[in-house]
Ligand binder design. Sequence first.
Ligand code: ZN
Length: 267
Amino acid sequence: MVLFDSHAHYDDKRFEAEYEGGAEAALRDARAAGVLWIVNSGADIETSRASIALAESVRGADDMPEIFASVGIHPTETGRYESLDGAMEELYTLARSGCVRAIGEIGLDYHYPDTDRETQKKFFRAQLRLAGELGMPVVIHDRDAHGDVFDILREHRGIKTLLHCYSGSAEMARQYASWGVYMSFGGTLTFKNAEKTREAAGVVPRELLLLETDAPYLAPTPHRGKINSSKLMTYTAEALGKLWCESAEAAAEAAAENSKRFYGIEQ
Ligand SMILES: [Zn+2]
């Protein structure tokens, strides 16, 4: 099976603590399972820098997936930055590194009340503008903020957009698809109680659907609750194959093609 993990966090400390051999072993195992490409996503300035360093460290290694980076400030991290302009300048510099393929993950997260919503929106809009200036796609995190994310993205429809770990309704997925927005699905697609997610995935046009892990989070069934890694994508590909009434291999390949097109990776 040929797989593209369109969103993961291999710089996360959970790999060193919970995966035998750490992130390096997890990446090697992923390659052995057929994962040829991974986009490692930043969530603040430090992890964005770490994503670039990781991509550079595996370049040219035959036993590793090819790694690209996305750089951005996650909504729950926005409260840490005193100067919006200063943070944008740093991101701008990082985004110009050759392995960076998108601005992300950015967006809104209303799940916990800790981060002020207005601050989140300010950073979200500023990063969308930055992506527009750089001519780069954006990777969106939307947790319990579907309405506001939708409204802000509607203002920026010219930017190539991916909604990662799509969790909205089928109705909203249809609307996004009509704008050409990409949507990615991970382990949730395999969860027994995730009928709503499967219904949404079912209405996403075939050419707009990507697969991801969000590793180390959201491991698919039967590994739910444990550490996630890209090699477990095979379960998610199987779930997608079932949805599309085709083999897991064919579904994985179509999703990988979409990932390459979204991130501008030639092959
Ligand atoms: Zn993520």
